[in-house]
Ligand binder design. Structure first.
Ligand code: NAD
Length: 477
């Protein structure tokens, strides 16, 4: 299943059954307004993501004894935050002005890289936090890129296709002088699609008067997108699980997994794990889901979800009547709090920010957490998990497969020659395995948790590059 899914997800023209099933699933999510919901709860909570990002940097920086204060000051803030007001002609003839941001956190290691989010809850602080995480993520996997992030406050679900196209082009007109393949390279994020990337690419090329496919990634394959990009985030997280199982001496056939979130990242991860022999025992989406001690076949669950739009209708691969579902210790429906607290070996949060907090951290029974979502664990919860000896493979490592294959896309664009998917996967595996080993070694050497270790690795790489550029000296009093 995963092979077919991987093959078809990257194409906008594929017609095989898995593509159609996946698209119908996405459409059902879209109808329910679930796609992109990943961002909402964080905004509604009082946890400021930018403050969390700064805390994470400060915690790791304390351990790096030789870090100059002037460098720390610089990485605690983005280098530049652009704010643009974008007038868009609406279909009723009126003109509406949308606010957009582009946060460019750090460019010491290379052009900045990071997605563009179209969502009503976008804020300046959120965009800034995400740009910090992008710098740290690219440095953790040691790709020659810095960190950036963009966002526009809008609700694309209430906009026509023409309005979204005009907004996308207007956003690029507002920021084009500050982006480009050698400056800052955007990509899709919540509610932005390959089609939107194509419009943005086209607008940019009109403005600069030349072809420049590497100015943006996540494009359709027809415009220079990379094969394997759509499944890369889960694939990278999967390589982390394989490495972790090796370190812990776990037998994959005895390793149980619970996954929160069954979207692009979570569903592909479930399939990769299942196909490799791990036992996925719980999956949920925004409406809750199902626990089955004997294991769940994720491709059948995807079928169930596309037929019934409800994961809890899964019963041994059948679509069941949820009202008649027999509930028991070994097979039952679960909600999104329960999935986090199951007695499993590995928990994979793959949906929302801030789901593991001070409130529920004590109830986590998993031995390890693989953060496919961005920012699922708050800094307070982290402290508790360290006490409980839960191994957390942090987002800046666990979900870095996505940006790594975006980097590959840019490389292919720059020499206008394209790789097959197996070549991409081999290169991705090498990068992810090396990054995991480096972070693991740092954890052992410094006796810290994996998040602090990953930040230490990343901060060191970024600040070494800054030092070579003379950015420490420039700020010495
Ligand atoms: P998606 O929109 O495809 O899927 C999100 C999933 O979360 C959906 O199944 C939705 O039903 C579920 N969900 C929504 N609200 C929920 C709730 N309250 N409880 C449980 N599940 C809920 O998004 P995605 O692309 O899979 O991204 C998921 C996470 O992974 C996000 O944090 C995103 O930032 C992160 N991430 C994704 C990528 C990528 O390439 N897709 C890369 C890096 C990080």
């Amino acid at each position: 299943m995963i092979e077919t899914l991987k093959g078809c997800l990257g194409s906008t023209t594929a017609h095989d059954s898995c593509y159609i099933r996946y698209i119908s699933y996405l459409v059902s999510e879209q109808k329910e307004g679930k796609l992109g919901s990943a961002i909402t709860p964080q905004i509604m909570s009082d946890i400021n993501p930018f403050e969390s990002a700064q805390k994470q940097i400060k915690t790791a920086a304390k351990k790096l004894n030789d870090l100059e204060n002037s460098l720390l000051e610089q990485i605690l803030q983005p280098m530049r935050v652009l704010e643009v007001n974008i007038p868009v002609r609406m279909h009723d003839g009126t003109t509406k002005v949308f606010k957009g941001f582009r946060s460019q956190h750090n460019d010491a290691k290379g052009p900045m890289k990071g997605g563009i989010r179209f969502h009503p809850s976008v804020t300046r602080d959120e965009v800034m936090a995400l740009s910090v995480w992008m710098t740290m993520k690219c440095a953790t996997v040691n790709i020659p890129l810095g960190g950036g992030k963009g966002g526009v406050i809008c609700n694309p679900k209430e906009m026509s296709e023409g309005e979204i196209e005009r907004l996308s082009r207007g956003y690029i007109r507002g920021i084009y002088k500050y982006i480009g393949p050698t400056q800052d390279v955007p990509a899709p994020d919540v509610y932005t699609t390959p089609q939107i990337m194509a419009w943005m690419n086209d607008e940019y090329e009109v403005l600069v008067g030349e072809k420049s496919p590497g100015m943006i990634t996540g494009k359709p394959l027809e415009l220079g997108g990379a094969k394997g990009r759509s499944t890369a985030t889960a694939q990278g997280g999967f390589y982390c699980i394989e490495k972790l199982a090796e370190k812990m001496g776990w037998d994959k056939y005895d390793t149980t997994i619970a996954i929160q979130g069954f979207g692009n990242a979570g569903s592909v991860m479930a399939m990769l794990l299942h196909d490799a022999g791990y036992r996925v025992v719980a999956i949920t989406d925004s409406k809750g889901g199902v626990y089955n001690k004997a294991g769940i076949d994720p491709s059948k669950a995807l079928d169930v979800k596309s037929q019934k739009a409800h994961l809890a209708c899964y019963e041994e691969g059948q679509v069941c009547d949820i009202t008649k579902l027999k509930q028991g210790k070994d097979f039952r429906t679960i909600n999104n709090d329960e999935v986090l607290e199951l007695d499993v070996d590995i928990l994979v949060p793959a949906a929302l920010e801030n789901v593991i907090t001070k409130k529920n951290a004590k109830k986590i029974k998993a031995k390890a957490i693989i953060e496919l979502a961005n920012g699922p664990t708050t800094p307070d919860a982290d402290k508790e998990l360290v006490k409980q000896k839960v191994v957390v493979v942090p987002d800046i490592l666990a979900n870095a497969g996505g940006v790594t294959v975006s980097y590959f896309e840019q490389v292919q664009n720059s020499y206008n020659y394209y790789w097959e998917e197996d070549e991409t996967l081999a290169k991705l595996k090498k990068i992810m395995d090396e990054a995991f080993e480096t972070v693991w070694e740092m954890k052992d050497k410094e006796k810290v948790d994996m998040r602090t270790a990953a930040y230490m690795v990343a901060i060191k790489r970024v600040t070494d590059a800054m030092r070579f550029r003379g950015r420490a000296k420039r700020f010495v009093e």
